[in-house]
Write a protein that binds this ligand. Sequence first.
Ligand code: ATP
Length: 214
Amino acid sequence: MAATLPLRRVGMFGGAFDPPHWAHRALAETALGQLELDALHILPTGHAWHKSRVLSPAHDRVKMCELAFGDLPRAQLDQREIHREGPSYTADTLRELKREYPQAQLFLVLGADQLLAFKTWVRWQEVLELATLAVANRATNIGADIPLDQASETDLSGVDLPFVRLDMPLKNISATAVRARVGQAAQSAGALDVLVPEPVARYISQHHLYQSPT
Ligand code: ATP
């Protein structure tokens, strides 16, 4: 039997994914292509220590991730952070991935807003030792749901951290904007298609998610 080659380049992409939207999907696709990843783990967060609002139930976010990313080759949904007891930290997940892929270079895929907040993360130095940060730019006024031509890029020039840039066109979409739009009266699932993949829009509508403002 032929020996399987060890995976060499493995990415991790974490998020609340409440819900997953087109920018998440573009970010995953860009990372897979540009970083030539053998595998990309998509990790919905469990207890998101840095988010103040209560997240939608994990099973809904997992299901929506399946719908949003399921057809991306080499992307795999990874539920370990959801099943972890207590708060979940990226450093712990990367440590586990390092054990699972001892020979691989690990990449942590994130948006510019998360890079700016990176030094508030628990054990961020350990994260840097374990993985290469791969960062996509993001409009400064995230969540505002304004037209792209009025959005400007996040300025990363002052960031004193090593990272590689992901070459993704700016997408002014946030989960906050998606939730706000669903909450507006008389929105059909179709109207959400510009923000989220159609199966995700249908799931949101069928399960009556985001009906009240958060
Ligand atoms: P919320 O609006 O609820 O804060 P969000 O849209 O930022 O959510 P998350 O699930 O928190 O979505 O984000 C997961 C990852 O995707 C983060 O690294 C975030 O920076 C990145 N990301 C989200 N939206 C974009 C975007 N429009 N452009 C680039 N990166 C993005």
